[in-house]
Design a protein around this ligand. Structure first.
Ligand code: SAM
Length: 280
């Protein structure tokens, strides 16, 4: 019962926040020559056409990446993220948006590995095609949560794990703390990035409380809300929970989050969070 297609949402404000955090975390791991694993449990199709029938239908990218793309005053810290976008959009027009697997594909080095899983029958072949010539990558049509047991710890003992479900199935909220518990037992030093939407604040907060109760140390939260919380249908905010964040991330996000809010929150009704949920 997979009806969610990320192509309707690619490049929206949630993708922008998620992919900025991802880019900064990958860059931080590259400070050492030693190889690492990039594990993407819910990888999506990889590449999205913004001026196609899906993205045009919702127009979400217009109030997301499109606003960032047009700005002349982008902070230096975002040049890595934007130069990835420029590789897919060499002309001025924003036509393609790279999802998390393509971002990692561009940033990872020869010695690193990618392990990507996607369940959707249409998106999986698209993703596989993107990596057909990439020897560093394994692409599977498999359950992403199960990979956290079977693929961790990585042989390199270094890794970034992106957990980015669609929350189409409400049990994703419950599965995440359980999956993290298992993953962290196997690989305590990995950097885990968990994306979350805020549709109903209580539902999201229950999941975050569940993560905090695991007893894992060094957990951070980065959130961008474009509207106040409400009980109506629709996502008002999104965020990233990061376990074992790179040491510079909070400082970097102190510059990035206010700038993003200023660019994306044109009604000025949202908020940002840059919080250490659990210290060292
Ligand atoms: C939010 S999208 C992923 C977007 C992608 N990570 C990115 O940032 O570009 C979530 C994806 O998870 C897929 N999916 C849903 N349940 C899954 C599962 N149990 N295992 C793997 N993939 C799943 C959906 O088909 C969808 O493509």
């Amino acid at each position: 019962m997979l009806s969610y297609r990320h192509s309707y949402h690619a490049g929206n404000h949630a993708d922008v926040l998620k992919h900025i955090v991802l880019t900064l975390c990958i860059d931080a791991l590259k400070a050492k020559e030693k190889p690492f694993l990039y594990l993407d449990t819910h990888a999506g199709a990889g590449r999205y056409i913004l001026q196609g029938e899906y993205a045009e239908k919702t127009g979400e990218y217009l109030s997301g990446i499109n606003l960032v793309w047009q700005r002349p005053d982008v902070p230096e810290l975002l040049t890595g993220y934007l130069s990835l976008l420029k590789r897919y959009n060499p002309l001025e027009t924003l036509k393609y948006y790279p999802g998390s697997p393509l971002i990692a594909k561009q940033l990872l080095r020869e010695q690193d590995k990618l392990h990507l899983t996607e369940l959707h029958p249409t998106d999986y072949p698209l993703l596989r095609q993107e990596f057909s010539k990439d020897k560093r990558a394994t692409v599977l049509r498999a359950d992403g949560f199960a990979q956290l047991k079977s693929k961790l710890p990585p042989a390199s003992h270094r890794g970034i794990i992106l957990i980015d479900p669609s929350y189409e199935m409400k049990d994703d909220y419950q599965k995440i703390p359980l999956a993290l518990h298992e993953a962290h037992k196997r690989f305590a030093t990995g950097t885990y990035l968990i994306w979350y939407p805020v549709v109903l604040r209580k539902q999201t907060q229950r999941m975050i409380d569940g993560i905090i109760k695991l007893g894992i140390r060094r957990i951070s939260q980065f959130e961008l809300a474009l509207k106040p919380d409400n009980e109506q249908k629709g996502m008002t905010a999104s965020g990233m929970i990061v376990i074992n964040p790179p040491w510079k991330l909070h400082t970097q996000m102190q510059t990035i989050l206010p700038w993003l809010k200023n660019v994306l929150d044109y009604e000025q009704t949202g908020h940002i969070l840059n919080t250490e949920l659990v210290p060292e």
